[in-house]
Structure formats: C-alpha cells, structure tokens
Ligand binder design. Structure first.
Ligand SMILES: *[C@@H]1O[C@H](CO)[C@@H](O)[C@H](O)[C@H]1NC(C)=O
Ligand SMILES: *[C@@H]1O[C@H](CO)[C@@H](O)[C@H](O)[C@H]1NC(C)=O
Length: 249
C-alpha cells in the first residue's frame, strides 16, 4: 500500500521544501521603493501623521513626508487635488490614503518595477487593491470634479503645479471614470488592479486598515511573493496550499 502514498508524499516534500526556501527570501518582503521620498529601509515611525498612522510600527515614509502629504498641493509633488475647484473632503481623504499607502507601505515589494522616470527609479504596478477600497473611493469621489482620466501625464506644469491642459474640460469624476476600476486602475497608469477579493481575505491590498489588528498587507505580500517566486498564479498557489494542509491532516 505504501507505494500509493508516494506521489502525494513526494509532492508534499517538494512543496514544503520550496515553501521553506521561499520564506528565507526577503527581497520582495518588507522593502521600500527607490523613489522620490521613500526611506531606504522600513522601520518604526512613532509620530506618523493623521491618516498615515496605521503604518507607525513599520513604514517607508518619514514623519515629515506623512505630514506634508496631508496638505493641499503638498511640496512632495506640487500636485493640486483642487485643479477643477475644491475636491470634496470625503473624496480627498481617499487620495490622502492612497498617498499614505504609496509612501509608507513596506508591503508592495511583489509589484515593484524599474522605471526611467526623472524623479524615481521604481514604481509599483498592478497592486491588487481590495474591491471595497476601490468602490468606496469611487463612490465618495463621483461628484467631485476633474479634467483628466490619467493623472500621471499630460498636465500643464508651467505654473509649478498641475493645471488642466487647454483642451481638457472640468467634468464630474463619474464622467472621466465611469466605473470604480476606471478610477483605481486608470488614475495612476495601472499602479492598481482592482482585485475580485474582499478586505480581510489576505489576498488583496487594503488601503485602509485598523493598526490594532496588525497590518493585513504583510500576509498579502507573503502570499503573492510566494506565487511569483514559483512562477505560479495565485489560484494555483491557493490550491497547492490547500492540498498541503489536507495532506498534513
Ligand atoms: C530605461 O532606459 C534604458 C536606456 O535608455 C533602457 O535600456 C531600459 O530598457 C529602460 N527601462 C525601462 C523600464 O523602460
Ligand atoms: C499652460 O498654462 C499657462 C498659464 O499658467 C498658459 O499660458 C499656457 O498657454 C498653458 N499651456 C498649455 C499647453 O496649455
């Protein structure tokens, strides 16, 4: 009978070995991007400001970055949220949270890519944003105004901050971003991809979280790092992990 157990045991041995060796890798986990304001390494920042406080225990942003990014047209990027009149506060808080995640999160390693921008050497792309975080962002912003659907490029910067280019007309967010995905994916040229997973699933990145329960994005980064190191998709990895649990049972 023993021979019948051989294939699953071999599979288990292979998988356990690869899981363990992958856990030793740290270059996708707990890292900061090489960008304009990021620290070189993540670490505690007890005094992080306002909406960035969830990252206090371990952050890629400095205290001054966290303070500055709460200001309108902050000195970080001279980016003016109010380029089509005042952005509503309920909407603006999502942009502040998005900037906190961008500047502070040490859990975006699996999605970091090299770029040739003049102001940064790395960016993240296709971060799987939890669907509820994207939906509430879109819902709270649909009645604010903008003039562009890709905020990375095409602005008139001659005044020092971004102004709508000549042909771009101010309209509601909803007319530039007809769906939540159009907003979250289009806004920063695919920094995010809207996940089909929900907050708390361990399979998508949360822009918002309660620090009392720890940072949920740590587990998410571990999961995707493992999937990427093995060159297998997240679905297959989920199946493999389930199989492993079942075999160990
Ligand atoms: C950056 O520029 C160099 C040289 O121009 C080029 O070889 C490289 O492919 C570029 N990288 C990206 C990510 O575009
Ligand atoms: C950019 O804005 C300035 C005023 O700030 C204006 O004079 C100029 O024509 C604008 N350029 C374009 C290309 O829209």
């Amino acid at each position: 009978m023993a021979w019948k157990l051989m294939p699953p045991l071999l599979l288990l041995a292979w998988f356990s070995a690869s899981v363990c060796s992958a856990r030793d890798r740290t270059d996708l986990l707990n890292v900061c991007m090489d960008a304009k304001h990021h620290k070189t390494k993540p670490g505690p920042e007890d005094k992080l400001h306002g909406q960035c406080t969830p990252w206090r225990k371990n952050a890629c942003c400095s205290v001054s970055t966290s303070q500055e990014l709460h200001k309108d047209t902050s000195l970080l990027y001279n980016f003016n949220w109010d380029h089509c009149g005042k952005m509503k506060p309920a909407c603006k808080r999502h942009f502040i949270q998005d900037t906190c995640l961008y500047e502070c999160s040490p859990n975006l390693g699996p999605w970091i890519q090299q770029v040739n921008d003049s102001w940064r050497r790395e960016r993240f792309r296709n971060v799987p944003l939890c669907k509820e975080d994207c939906e509430s962002w879109w819902e709270d912003c649909r009645t604010s105004y903008t003039c562009k659907s890709d905020w990375h490029k095409g602005w008139n910067w001659t005044s020092g901050s971004n102004k709508c280019p000549a042909q771009a007309i101010c309209r509601t967010f909803e007319s530039y971003f007809p769906t939540p995905a159009a907003l979250c994916e289009g806004l920063w040229s695919h920094s995010y991809q809207v996940s089909q997973y929900s907050r708390g699933s361990g399979r998508c990145i949360q822009m918002w979280f309660e620090p009392a329960q720890g940072n949920p994005n740590e587990e998410v980064a571990r999961f995707y790092a493992l999937a990427m190191l093995h060159g297998i998709g997240p679905l297959l990895l989920s199946l493999a992990l389930m199989l492993q649990l079942w075999l160990l049972d």
